[in-house]
Design a protein around this ligand. Sequence first.
Ligand code: MRU
Length: 350
Amino acid sequence: MNSRNPIIWKDHKLFLLDQRLLPQEEVFVEVNDLTHCALAIKNMIVRGAPCIGFTAIFGMALWIRNTKEININTVRMACDELIAARPTAVNLSYEVNRCYEMMKRGLQEKKSIEEIYKDLVSFGNEQIFLSGERNLAMAKIGVADLKKRLGDRQWNLMTHCNTGFLACGSLGTALGVISHANSLGMVKHVYADETRPYMQGTRLTAFELGKEKIPYSIVVEGAASYLMSHNKVDAIFVGADRIAANGDTANKVGTSTLAIVAKHYGVPFYVVAPISTFDLATENGNGIEIEMRAEEEITDLRGIRLAPVGARSVNPSFDVTDHRFITGIICEKGLINPQIVGELERIVTT
Ligand code: MRU
């Protein structure tokens, strides 16, 4: 098995690369049923908005294969168990609700359980495959816009959290733009935020940049202002977990601070995300639920206590970046200027 494919479906079984152990160990975990799948999502064996959604599709396939009592009510309950695993990334409910519709149709058309199961498995594999094409389309849009803005030269780029193949199952969103720019010889250096407290930048983005031989440095989030005020960053690319109708964007905690600093120093700030991350039913960022995670993720580091005994912490896993701080939102259908009212909906729904 190859760590470039963090989600593998083989011989009726789901294998997930355990991202908690990276980069020291590359271990795949076998996931046997829906509850195990929901736990793997909750405990971040698999993470990143697109990968969470793809994993859940295979979770539904495991469920239908293992379950005796299958009707529209039990299907809905299974879907809801998965959706509850992580609340902020809308890709999870987007993919699970597509499975629900597919299963409902299958039951109405009196398809056999085996047929519905096969449909779910091919749907999961197809979504991972299509994400490769979509990510490349977004990468091309990102590079073209940056070329227009900054000219045909090598760029210093910055990113937050992890948005490459580990999060997307293929090229990646924000990191996809960076990889693509690098393949064209346009990347001078990448600054990867360490991404406290879960260290997705230090552990995962650095792992991916290293595999791609892209020159990089890990920086603490607090270095953003230093780097930008010393003209060390030409542009910033980040991913998203949910984008509201007005362009307000939920992403890993710290993204919003980065965007505000970027606005102050006039550094272009892009959000890169597929259509499955847009939530047009949510008017603005105030309506996005932010996942609160365990206090130990902050007070401890891999089981070692850092904070004094009894110290408390507050651990919002995401924050919302106001659309006014975002230069452009890139999806597979094009580049959205979030300052133009209605443009997001027009591009996403055409
Ligand atoms: O908590 P995580 O690691 O699942 O958070 C991931 C992020 O915030 C990513 O930036 C986001 O999902 C976009 S992935 C293309």
